[in-house]
Design a protein around this ligand. Structure first.
Ligand SMILES: Cc1cc2nc3c(=O)[nH]c(=O)nc-3n(C[C@H](O)[C@H](O)[C@H](O)COP(=O)(O)OP(=O)(O)OC[C@H]3O[C@@H](n4cnc5c(N)ncnc54)[C@H](O)[C@@H]3O)c2cc1C
Length: 502
């Protein structure tokens, strides 16, 4: 098939725009189609983790983004009676080289991402253009669009990334069903500015009020967010009035001091699409998974999807990797996303219970085990291009901040990183070391000032990290490192050639 671009992205939401920007950084040509002519001005996501900041760092916007965010300093769980069951500090630079928990106003990040797209050659975001069909055909995809004046267009590409959100018409058209996790719950989400009123003290509070579970979040500037579970006897017209918001916030959002940006009722769902790939079409973001926002992981997971996928598309597009590498997108990402959806759905049952007896038991349990309510450790990837969790692969690698303040990713870029102690590296064969030196897809670092903390944190004498910062594997000996290096697609071919020429 003659192609117009390497990749078509369906949807210019935060996941689609990140996918587009990552394609541009990789040198892939791409177009994203967004049906809305203007950027959606209100927030849904309000929280990011350090891993997401690393993806933004790779796009060159993390520092600018940081200016419009605030670190989440502390989190609390407060029960019906106002007792503080847990109050934990969260204001620290974590292993990712950024704050572990960051609060923001979603349109700010979308503007920045759109700026990146506008400045990057080879990629384009076309707004006001709806995708009506994505067909897998002839080794590629044919994408049909209609713009605002009814003009129908066709774009041919090698691959499509479908990031058209939770309702994903394209996923439905492809006949891909989703599995349900937990119960669907309706919540009122209230965003706005709070001036001359104290609000609540911790930056984030889960209110385990069985009469109405709620959430409080302090955002940059004078913005705050509260979310309230809808109860069976709520009047939908009354519950969104300023007086009702003052009442159900228990006075935290007084009608004369709180100016809402918007109040909207959302259905919080847990869903995982049964298939994430159909031929050359990949689902990403909410089109592939939706999590109840208990851990603020929905958008983080969507950005993780495209960070996982785009470097693989790049290697295959350049002929460096076999197309079967693309099978690892679903096998790696689906179990990881499922972990967050399932865990959020399970914990929501307890933290957001409306049963006073369950709430009483929960409070007793949390008093006795305050750590049990902490955000869980992220899981390893599912099986794919890594050695597996038991042998040190598949987990997210850390990012050192060097003595001069440089973050390591800025030195490595979107490459594989080989970090090794000399005692391991020096035992590699000559051809392999030469191949490593010459390989444009790999950066090798041996300087202890740069890598000691990284290797100590991972717990090995050598490690290989992938372009998405996940650990390909670890090694204690030259022979182990050699086996690991041969998993890097570019090296496996070069080293074979080197061996043949000996
Ligand atoms: C109240 C609430 C709070 C949340 N809080 C958090 C949080 O704190 N942290 C977090 O990580 N996540 C959070 N989430 C989840 C997060 O908002 C979503 O995961 C994220 O917005 C998904 O991004 P997306 O780009 O996949 O989809 P969307 O943001 O839905 O974007 C999809 C885009 O595709 C476009 N589109 C749809 N169909 C077509 C078509 N046929 N052609 C062209 N364009 C199309 C749409 O117009 C839209 O712009 C929250 C969600 C809610 C509802």
């Amino acid at each position: 098939m003659n192609i117009d671009v390497d990749v078509v992205v369906v949807g210019g939401g935060p996941v689609g725009t990140t996918a587009l920007a990552l394609c541009g950084r990789a040198g892939l040509t791409a177009i994203a189609f967004e049906k809305d002519a203007e950027l959606w001005p209100t927030a849904r996501a309000v929280h990011f983790d350090g891993e997401t900041m690393r993806t933004l760092q790779g796009l060159g916007v993390a520092t600018r983004f940081q200016e419009v965010t605030i670190p989440m300093r502390d989190v609390a769980i407060v029960n019906e009676a106002g007792e503080v069951l847990v109050h934990a500090p969260t204001d620290r630079i974590g292993e990712q080289g950024w704050n572990d928990h960051i609060s923001f106003h979603q349109p700010d990040i979308e503007y920045l991402l759109r700026e990146v797209v506008a400045q990057t050659p080879g990629i384009e975001l076309r707004c006001g253009v709806k995708v009506t069909d994505v067909a897998d055909a002839d080794g590629g995809v044919v994408v049909t669009t209609v713009d605002g004046d009814g003009t129908v267009g066709t774009t041919r590409a090698r691959w499509a990334i479908v990031a058209d959100g939770a309702r994903s018409e394209i996923r439905h058209a492809l006949g891909i069903e989703s599995d349900k996790y937990g119960e669907d719950m309706q919540w009122l989400v209230v965003d706005g500015r709070l001036v001359d009123a104290p609000g609540y003290e911790p930056d984030m509070i889960q209110f385990g009020r069985h009469t109405r579970p709620a959430l409080w979040l302090r955002l940059p500037g004078d913005r705050v967010r509260m979310e309230f579970m809808l109860m069976p006897d709520d009047d939908p017209a009354e519950i969104v009035t300023p007086a009702a918001v003052e009442r159900i916030s228990r006075g935290a959002l007084p009608a004369d001091k709180f100016t809402p940006d918007r109040q909207a009722i959302y259905t919080f769902r847990g869903r995982i699409a049964q298939k994430w790939r159909q031929g050359n079409i990949f689902l990403a973001g909410d089109a592939a998974h939706q999590a109840p926002p208990l851990f603020g992981q929905g958008l983080c997971a969507g950005i993780r999807d495209v960070a996982n996928l785009v470097w693989k598309l790049d290697l295959v597009a350049r002929g460096v990797a076999d197309p079967s590498l693309l099978d690892t997108y679903e096998s790696e990402r689906k179990p990881h996303a499922t972990f967050w959806v399932e865990t959020a759905a399970n914990q929501a049952v307890i933290i957001q219970t409306t049963d006073p007896n369950v709430a009483h038991g929960r409070d007793e349990y949390i008093r006795a085990n305050p750590g049990a309510s902490a955000v869980p450790e992220p899981p390893a990837l599912g099986p794919g291009l890594h050695t597996g969790e038991d042998s040190g692969g598949g987990r997210l690698g850390p990012q050192p901040i060097l003595a001069d303040g440089t973050r390591l990713d800025d030195m490595v870029g979107a490459h594989f990183l080989v970090a090794a102690d000399h005692s391991v590296y020096d035992g590699l064969s000559g051809p392999l070391r030469r191949a490593l030196d010459e390989d444009p897809d790999t950066v090798t670092l041996l300087d202890p000032a740069k890598i000691s903390w990284l290797l100590e944190t991972i717990g090995s004498r050598a490690a290989v990290l992938r372009p998405d910062h996940y650990i390909l594997g670890v090694a204690e000996t030259a022979a182990e490192l050699e086996r690991l290096l041969l998993l890097i697609p570019s090296l496996s071919t070069t080293v074979d050639l080197a061996a043949e020429s000996r």
